[in-house]
Design a protein around this ligand. Structure first.
Ligand code: AP5
Ligand code: MG
Length: 214
C-alpha cells in the first residue's frame, strides 16, 4: 500500500504516519526527518536544506525529488510505504507520478489531515522532538513519562528550530501557496481521502484505518 500524507505543518502527519507504518508494516519516509538527520550529521545536503528550513521555506524541488524517488525503490518499499512531507509542490507530485509510472506503480491513497490554522500555532509551541530517535511528543496532548526525556530512547527533547511562532506563520503561508494545491491534484486522480485532524490522535488514526482497511 502506497500512501501519501497531506496536511498543514503540525496537522499530525508525522504522528499518524508512524502509526500507519507500525500497523501495516511499511516504512515511514519523512523528508523533514531525512533533512534533520542530514543537518545533525553536518552533510552538504543538510547545510543546504537548513538555510531554507530555518526560514520556514521549502527546500528546492531538485534537492528532494531524486532523494525520494531513489528511496521508494529500495527493497524495504516493495510492499508499500507512507510518505510524510512529500510531495509538497505540484512539480514534486508530477515527478513522483512519472517515476512510479515507469515502474508500473501508483499511489493508492493521499490521506489529507485537516486542521484549521488557529489550532496549528497552539500545537507547534507544545511540540517536543527527540534529538536521538526523532520521536515527537506534545507537552499537553502527548506528554512523555519523564519531562524532557524521550520515552523511546532516553535522549533529551528539544523544541524544533522552525517551531518558533513567526516561522510557523511563514510555514503556514508557504503551505497554503505551494502545498494545498495538491489536494485538488489528488482529488482529480481519485485517491484523496479527508480526515478530521482536530480530534484526539487515536480517533484520527481510527478514521485512517477505516479508510485503509483493518
Ligand atoms: P516537515 O518536517 O515535514 O514539517 P511540516 O510539514 O511543517 O510538518 P510538521 O512535521 O511540522 O508537522 P506534522 O504534520 O508532522 O505534525 P506532528 O505529527 O509532528 O518539514 C520541515 C521542513 O523541511 C519544511 O518546512 C521544509 O523546509 C523542508 N521540507 C520537508 N519536506 C520537503 C519537501 N518535500 N519539499 C521541500 N521542502 C521540504 O504533530 C504536531 C504536534 O501536534 C505534535 O506535538 C503532536 O504530538 C501534536 N498532535 C498531533 N496530532 C494531534 C491531535 N490529534 N491532537 C492534539 N495534538 C496532536
Ligand atoms: Mg512531521
Amino acid at each position: 500500500m502506497k500512501i501519501i500524507m497531506l496536511g498543514a505543518p503540525g496537522a499530525g502527519k508525522g504522528t499518524q504516519a508512524k502509526k500507519i507504518a507500525a500497523k501495516y508494516e511499511i516504512p515511514h519516509i519523512s523528508t523533514g526527518d531525512i533533512f534533520r538527520a542530514n543537518i545533525k550529521n553536518g552533510t552538504e545536503l543538510g547545510k543546504k536544506a537548513k538555510t531554507y528550513m530555518d526560514q520556514g521555506l521549502l527546500v528546492p524541488d531538485e534537492l528532494v525529488v531524486d532523494l525520494v524517488v531513489d528511496r521508494v525503490q529500495q527493497e524495504d518499499c516493495k510492499n508499500g510505504y507512507v510518505l510524510d512531507g512529500f510531495p509538497r509542490t505540484i512539480p514534486q507530485a508530477e515527478s513522483l507520478d512519472a517515476a512510479l509510472e515507469k515502474l508500473g506503480e501508483k499511489i493508492d491513497y493521499a490521506v489529507n489531515v485537516e486542521v484549521p490554522d488557529e489550532n496549528i500555532i497552539n500545537r507547534m509551541g507544545g511540540r517536543r522532538a527527540c534529538v536521538g530517535c526523532g520521536a515527537t511528543y506534545h507537552v499537553v496532548y502527548n506528554p512523555t513519562k519523564v519531562e524532557g526525556v524521550c520515552d523511546a530512547c532516553g535522549e533529551k527533547l528539544i523544541l524544533r528550530d522552525d517551531d518558533k511562532p513567526e516561522t510557523v506563520q511563514k510555514r503556514l503561508t508557504v503551505y497554503h501557496d505551494q502545498t494545498q494545491p495538491l489536494i485538488d491534484y489528488y482529488k482529480k486522480s481519485g485517491v484523496l481521502r479527508d480526515v478530521d485532524g482536530t480530534v484526539d490522535m487515536d480517533d484520527v488514526f481510527a478514521a485512517i484505518v477505516d479508510i485503509l482497511g483493518a
